[in-house]
Design a protein around this ligand. Structure first.
Ligand SMILES: Nc1ncnc2c1ncn2[C@@H]1O[C@H](COP(=O)(O)OP(=O)(O)OP(=O)(O)O)[C@@H](O)[C@H]1O
Ligand SMILES: [Mg+2]
Length: 241
């Protein structure tokens, strides 16, 4: 297994954001992470990427325990995440934003020239090449989401954690995003974990889906199994009523 989540708990003061989470991600897999608002999805990404520490439990990446490591050390091992709330350097160009990612991370590109060259290739992969010299702040929402993906890819990851990179996009933009992610996955030999509220996208992309509800894992299975799971259906319909 590439990534193992073992009995993870996370408390924020009295609030239990995650409890008893157990699952693993295999090499080359696309795993979906689903759950209503506040379920703990983003928190789980923050724990994996080292931005927060679990209250209990361990996270193992390629056989090595990574919780307690710093985010830059985890990035250097080959784990990249995107952010649900995008914060590009708005005053830098799109290319410069990606280049900052390329200078850090797993592949040890240390010259700005090489980092910039690699970043141009990634901008082509995410279909933002034409905007390379524009200020990042001038992008549309779909552009910001692609930039997030590009910044993460630029670190040369083995696994990429995508936090709602399709939220707010039009159906057409969602289709384009799926195709970009799948192309990059093949090209860079990636394992993908994807948080998404766009159910159809998850169903299309993922081999397996994990469902969180109020910090607990309530289901794990293929998209077909999840869509017919009575506990999942009850959790979702229950919240709408
Ligand atoms: N840094 C923090 N301090 C305190 N509480 C937090 C913190 N981060 C998250 N939480 C709380 O933990 C719970 C899980 O939040 P999280 O952002 O992980 O949910 P989510 O599943 O990503 O939701 P969404 O679909 O809205 O993005 C929520 O109740 C949230 O308010
Ligand atoms: Mg979230």
């Amino acid at each position: 297994m590439l990534l193992e989540i073992n009995d993870i708990h996370k408390k924020f003061g009295g609030l239990v954001a995650l409890q008893g989470i157990n699952f693993s991600v295999g090499y080359g897999e696309t795993l979906g992470l689903m759950g209503a608002n506040g379920a703990g999805k983003t928190t789980l990404f923050s724990l994996i990427a080292g931005h927060q520490e679990p209250t209990l439990g361990s996270i193992i990446f390629e056989g090595q325990k990574i919780n307690r490591m710093r985010p830059d050390q985890i990035s250097a091992l080959g784990i990249a995440r995107t952010y649900q709330i995008v914060r590009p350097f708005r005053g830098l160009s799109v290319l410069e934003n990606v280049t900052t990612g390329a200078l850090y991370g797993a592949h040890k590109i240390r010259s700005i020239k090489n980092a910039s060259k690699f970043s141009r290739e990634i901008l082509e992969d995410v279909e933002l090449k034409d905007r390379a010299e524009d200020l990042a702040g001038s992008l549309t929402l779909a552009g910001f989401k692609r930039l997030e993906l590009a910044k993460a890819l630029a670190t040369g990851p083995k696994i990429i954690l995508l936090d709602e990179v399709m939220a707010g996009l039009t159906p057409r933009e969602v289709n384009e995003a799926i195709s970009i992610i799948e192309t990059c996955k093949r090209k860079y030999n990636l394992t993908v974990v994807v948080i998404e509220h766009v159910m159809k996208a998850l169903m299309r992309m993922c081999e397996r889906i994990v469902v969180l509800h109020h910090g607990e894992m309530i289901a794990e299975g293929t998209p077909g199994q999840i869509s017919e799971d009575s506990v999942v259906i009850k959790a979702y319909l229950g919240e709408q009523n």
